[in-house]
Design a protein around this ligand. Structure first.
Ligand SMILES: Cc1cc2nc3c(=O)[nH]c(=O)nc-3n(C[C@H](O)[C@H](O)[C@H](O)COP(=O)(O)OP(=O)(O)OC[C@H]3O[C@@H](n4cnc5c(N)ncnc54)[C@H](O)[C@@H]3O)c2cc1C
Length: 369
């Protein structure tokens, strides 16, 4: 049976970027995904403050440039000038997958991993799929998203993870094409809504919540939101195709490595807590992981894998902890329309750049709150 340098479980956001980086480093890598078609998703657009060049992505993946974020509470609108993107998720994944070096990286689809085997010293030897096929590697990566098929087994994340769930419609859009809207207040029931502009007078409207009771009835709640006068001025539902999914909302984690196992992405809750932006942060984590994996293989020393954790903590830990606190405050304020109106009103006196830093989860080096 062939043994790979690295076996990655999951060919989503984290898995494909990590595979591309490992291919560049000439590491024999096997990527396994339970999906048959890697470009089939439960939702298709992303809002992101990403720097495309940093991750070697072209402008072709952009569905729409955004110049203004409009925050709407019940009675107040706060406009924030900034640059960000609405990305076409399919194009992002297609571009990354097509840039992977096939001489080093093999993708196997339709493989549903169920288990991981280890030896007496707790080093991992192989992953096993539901048909009992075994895949051998020197280093293993869990990149299986909220499923966390390995991270949950080894206890890096709780078996029953708290999730925030969102639903979306692709709708007709009457607003300004470079405006992205964030909708907040009591009507959004502890969560928030979003309108992402697309080309050709279309937009995505979505609503997400952390509350289990509300999540059961998300679609109907989105229907109610679509009837609000403020929203009716902006969008009109003209089809029934619902998209959506879930992200983890655990406390901030910082342990991602056990022996020769590395975890990247939603399987260890690496989505930034403040607005649930995952791509930019998970891409960066994947690059950090690739460097540590490369060093561990070159030096034949798995303790080098913990350098990934150290790099992540240095780069992200404080920012994530602040984003988590901001998320908790936001959930509290959003129960009360007056408080939300007041918060948005006061934010008009705060510089745009500072608001953008908080919103993007990048607080910088100064100790601003
Ligand atoms: C509704 C919604 C809206 C979002 N909006 C944004 C946004 O606007 N901007 C943004 O940056 N982020 C957004 N996110 C977050 C972002 O999508 C995630 O954080 C990110 O995709 C997680 O990447 P991942 O690689 O960890 O998981 P995924 O991309 O989910 O990949 C996991 C992969 O593992 C595979 N897999 C799972 N289990 C197994 C198994 N047992 N065996 C084999 N394969 C397996 C899956 O098929 C999948 O391909 C949103 C998320 C949701 C749900």
């Amino acid at each position: 049976m062939k043994k790979f340098d690295v076996v990655i479980v999951g060919a989503g956001t984290a898995g494909i970027l990590l595979a591309r980086e490992l291919g560049k480093l000439k590491k024999k890598t096997l990527v396994l995904d339970r999906k048959k078609n890697l470009l089939e998703f439960s939702f298709n657009t992303l809002g992101s403050f990403i720097n495309l060049e940093k991750f070697e992505l072209s402008k072709d993946v952009v569905a729409q440039d955004v110049k203004t974020i409009c925050f709407h509470s019940k009675n107040v609108t706060r406009k924030l000038k900034t640059d960000l993107y609405v990305l076409d998720k399919k194009k992002v994944h297609k571009e990354i997958i097509s840039s992977v070096d096939e001489n080093y990286v093999t993708f196997l689809t339709g493989v549903n991993i169920k288990n991981i085997n280890k030896d007496d010293n707790c080093n991992f030897l192989s992953v096993v799929d539901k048909n009992k096929n075994e895949y051998l590697g020197t280093i293993f990566v869990d990149a299986s998203g909220t499923n966390g098929i390995i991270s949950k087994k080894v206890g890096l994340i709780a078996k029953k993870t708290e999730l925030a769930t969102g639903v979306e419609y692709n709708v007709a859009y009457k607003g300004n094409k470079t405006d992205l809207h964030l909708l907040m207040g009591k009507e959004y029931q502890g969560g928030y809504g979003w309108i992402f502009p697309l080309k050709n007078k279309r937009a995505i409207i979505g609503f997400g919540s952390f509350d289990d009771e509300i999540v059961k009835d998300l679609k109907n709640r989105l229907h109610k939101i679509l009837e609000f006068p403020k929203i009716k001025k902006l969008v009109e539902k003209d089809n029934d195709l619902v998209e959506g999914g879930s992200i983890p909302i655990t406390p901030v984690l910082d342990k991602f490595v056990i022996n020769n196992l590395v975890c990247v992405g939603d399987c260890v809750s690496q989505v930034n807590p403040i607005v649930g932006e995952g791509y930019k942060f998970i891409f960066e984590a994947a690059i950090m992981a690739s460097k540590a994996i490369n060093k561990a293989l070159e030096e034949d020393n798995i303790t080098c894998l913990t350098e990934y954790e150290k790099d992540w903590k240095n780069r992200f830990l404080l920012n994530y902890q602040r984003s988590k606190r901001a998320q908790n405050r936001f959930v509290k304020y959003s129960q009360n329309n007056l408080l939300m109106d007041y918060t948005l009103f006061i934010s008009k006196f705060i510089r745009d750049e500072r608001c953008v830093r908080s919103l993007s989860g990048e607080y910088g080096l100064e100790n601003e709150v």
